[in-house]
Design a protein. Structure first.
Length: 388
């Protein structure tokens, strides 16, 4: 698994280069994450990086607690710290479980001081996701995913946390073969065989059609390369201060004349999500409709908790006063400002931003910081070929 260690080293170097920074890794007990834990443990011996293994007990199955203990024992045998994170309000549904898992993992990583969270997604996950997105009619440039690096999908728990996937170039069976060759075991979650879930149905379909599964390898590689180019352009444009400017008030100014049309809808979706302080972007169709509707300077629409106004050269974007949520925690206001004793938030703000500003002046906007963090993740490329 030399390729995985090279990928791991490159990604850690890019997102958590300080030797004193701990590295968090999510391990469920399945073959993918267990293989990742052993790869990371070997790498940590060489680099002397502190590793903390995190396991989420969703409390949705009676076996889950025992599986978490199994991971804890395996981590201890490798000399790694381990924490069990328990979902105290479990409810049915993969979307709810995924959201809770990411929030628990992000909060634990934040308390550890980790800037990165390692995940065990493989090349097979990439293939399955492509087929799922294809069925949902996603744009071709965005069919590939997940990506080697991505910002945490939960806000504000995941602020400045980057998800890293060092195994995206490795097949699931190769990881199982590696574990078996070393006499190592893993947990088989029965949920992964339940056809009630779309991903499971796709996985079972591919197992019944091996020729298609074989053909999907090169297709996935090509789509991933296309996605990387699309993401790199998006990241470069987001970081271009002549194209995207963020004022201390939180107002975002976008010069549309500087944006490649291929990335404009997705870029605006990113900015709308961040301006609104949200986790999820608006639908692509809604963004395209909004862009088409704003033709004349001064025209304004609202979408995804933000308002968008046409200017002479582009767009102005800010928080929608009608959806202001207020303080989310003692130190974060509406997902857009953090408390900072050294800050001096301007008392005068554009009219449409006055009602969404935090009280007092000891706050600073994190909108620009969040844009920059996401932009860096979009510019990450693979360093190793797919392991067949």
């Amino acid at each position: 698994m030399d390729g995985a260690e090279a990928e791991l080293a490159a990604l850690i170097s890019a997102y958590s280069p300080q030797p004193s920074d701990p590295i968090a890794i999510a391990v469920s007990g399945g073959s993918d994450s267990m293989a990742l834990m052993h790869i990371v443990a070997r790498w940590a011996v060489q680099t002397r990086r502190k590793i903390c293994v995190l396991t989420v007990d969703h409390q949705l199955r009676p076996e889950a607690a025992g599986e978490a203990r199994f991971v804890a024992e395996a981590a201890a045998a490798l000399g790694l710290d381990h924490q069990i994170l328990t979902w105290t309000q479990p409810r049915a549904g993969q979307a709810a479980a995924r959201d809770a898992r990411h929030r628990l993992l992000a909060e634990a990583a934040r308390q550890l001081g980790a800037k990165t969270l390692l995940l065990g997604h493989t090349f097979d996950d990439l293939i399955e996701t492509i087929l799922i997105r294809k069925r949902r009619k996603a744009p071709r440039a965005l069919l590939a995913g997940p990506m080697p690096a991505a910002p945490s999908p939960v806000w504000s728990q995941g602020r400045n946390l980057t998800l890293i996937r060092p195994l995206l170039n490795i097949r699931r069976q190769a990881l199982k073969d590696e574990l078996q060759s070393r006499g190592l075991s893993w947990v088989d979650d029965p949920t992964n065989d339940n056809p009630a879930y779309e991903r499971v149905r796709v996985r079972q379909f591919l197992s019944r059609h091996p020729r298609l599964a074989s053909m999907m390898g090169p297709i996935a590689t090509g789509l991933l390369a296309q996605r990387e180019k699309h993401d790199a352009l998006l990241g470069q444009t987001l970081l271009d201060t002549d194209t995207v400017q963020v004022e201390p008030s939180g107002l975002i100014q976008v010069d549309l004349t500087q944006i490649d049309r291929r990335i404009a809808p997705r870029m605006i979706a990113v900015l709308l999500r961040i301006a609104g302080g949200h986790d999820l972007p608006p639908r692509a169709e809604a963004v395209s409709e909004l862009i088409a509707a704003l033709q004349q300077p001064g025209e304004r629409r609202t979408l995804a908790g933000a308002w968008v106004q046409r200017s002479k050269t582009g767009l102005l974007i800010g928080r929608d006063p009608g959806e202001s949520r207020g303080e989310l925690s003692p130190n974060i206001w509406d997902g857009r400002f953090v408390r900072d004793a050294s800050a001096d938030l301007p008392s005068e703000m554009p009219v449409l931003l006055r009602e969404t500003r935090p009280p007092g002046s000891d706050w600073r906007s994190v909108i620009g910081e969040r844009i920059a963090h996401e932009a860096r993740a979009y510019q990450t490329l693979r360093v190793s070929p797919v392991h067949k």
